[in-house]
Design a protein around this ligand. Structure first.
Ligand SMILES: *[C@@H]1O[C@H](CO)[C@@H](O)[C@H](O)[C@H]1NC(C)=O
Ligand SMILES: *[C@@H]1O[C@H](CO)[C@@H](O)[C@H](O)[C@H]1NC(C)=O
Length: 291
């Protein structure tokens, strides 16, 4: 426990500290936005097909669709972004990353009605740190593999995140019938305050009623969840739902300490998940198959 307390302490210091980096400010009004709340009725800001992008010091409020889309970029540094939209606003992802490589996201506060950060196909080498997320659906890889697509995401590191009353936390969601992979990821130093499914791998993701059972699936492998602590609003705090035809492998749970809000034990659900458990295990993670 001591190790985790030190982490919480140093984390809150870094979260509220002020950085002295000099930063370039991106003014959306210089790029054709009108900003009257009526004519800009789609995504708030999309940056695509560029190298060496720096985005800093912006605040978004009550945006009707996705807030920031980063598409087909190489080397992006995003920091000090505030997103503040209602928890019941649909499809309002905070920062959506597609087809990009070398992406750094640091010091952002995101409250929205969908994923705080979503990372989709063609994306690799992403580092996300010092994020407060909530309300929202957590930090998600995916969804991937929709309509049988071949999707890939790899080398993602997420650290120092607080989830406040989110409906998911660190999440990987893939559709049945897809192919490709989600691999080589670390989610660490994560604090949950009354969130649900704080750790969630879902290879049966489906956002409508008509999904049928299919054999093919994206391969999910080498995913580490380390130093994850806090409270869960639901009993199932960890959900590893992997397919029987393409099981999840090299899943590492290391130092997990999650209680249900009312101090009851939270629980873990797994299917076809292989890997190892280290350090603290609260709740008990006996359903993860040892490799
Ligand atoms: C963050 O951005 C805000 C504007 O949204 C600015 O006032 C503030 O100085 C920035 N903070 C840092 C640490 O860059
Ligand atoms: C597992 O993923 C981590 C994080 O991206 C990476 O550093 C490590 O090299 C990967 N391990 C293997 C065996 O690929």
């Amino acid at each position: 426990m001591e190790k985790l307390l030190i982490f919480v302490f140093s984390f809150s210091l870094s979260l509220f500290g002020v950085t002295s980096r000099s930063e370039t400010t991106f003014n959306v009004l210089h790029y054709g936005a009108v900003g009257n709340g009526r004519t800009d009725d789609t995504h708030a800001l999309e940056i695509s097909s560029a190298n060496n992008v720096i985005l800093s010091g912006l605040t978004f409020k009550d945006v009707p669709h996705m807030h920031v889309i980063l598409k087909s970029l190489t080397s992006v540094y995003v920091s000090n972004i505030t997103i503040d939209s209602p928890g019941d606003s649909p499809n309002t992802d905070g920062i959506h990353i597609a087809g990009s490589t070398n992406v750094f996201i640091d010091h952002c506060r995101i409250g929205t009605g969908d994923d705080c950060i979503s990372i989709v196909t063609g994306t690799s080498y992403v580092k996300i740190s010092n994020i407060v997320c909530g309300p929202g659906h957590g930090i998600s890889i995916g969804s991937l593999g929709k309509y049988g697509s071949h999707d890939t995401v790899e080398n993602v590191e997420v650290s120092n995140v607080v989830f406040i009353r989110t409906t998911n936390g660190a999440r990987i969601k893939t559709w049945q019938g897809g192919s490709g992979f989600a691999r080589n990821m670390i989610f660490e130093k994560i604090l949950s305050h009354e969130s649900s499914r704080i750790i969630d791998i879902d290879q049966f993701y489906c956002d409508h009623m008509h999904c049928v059972t299919q054999e093919s699936a994206l391969k999910v492998s080498n995913i580490t969840f380390r130093q994850i602590l806090g409270t869960s609003s639901t009993q199932t705090a960890v959900n590893l739902a992997c397919s029987s035809s393409v099981p999840c492998t090299d899943i590492v749970l290391d130092d997990i300490y999650i209680l249900q809000n009312d101090k009851q034990r939270a629980s873990v659900a797994c299917n076809n998940a292989y890997g190892s458990v280290q350090g603290m295990k609260v709740p008990d993670v006996s359903c993860l198959n040892q490799m």
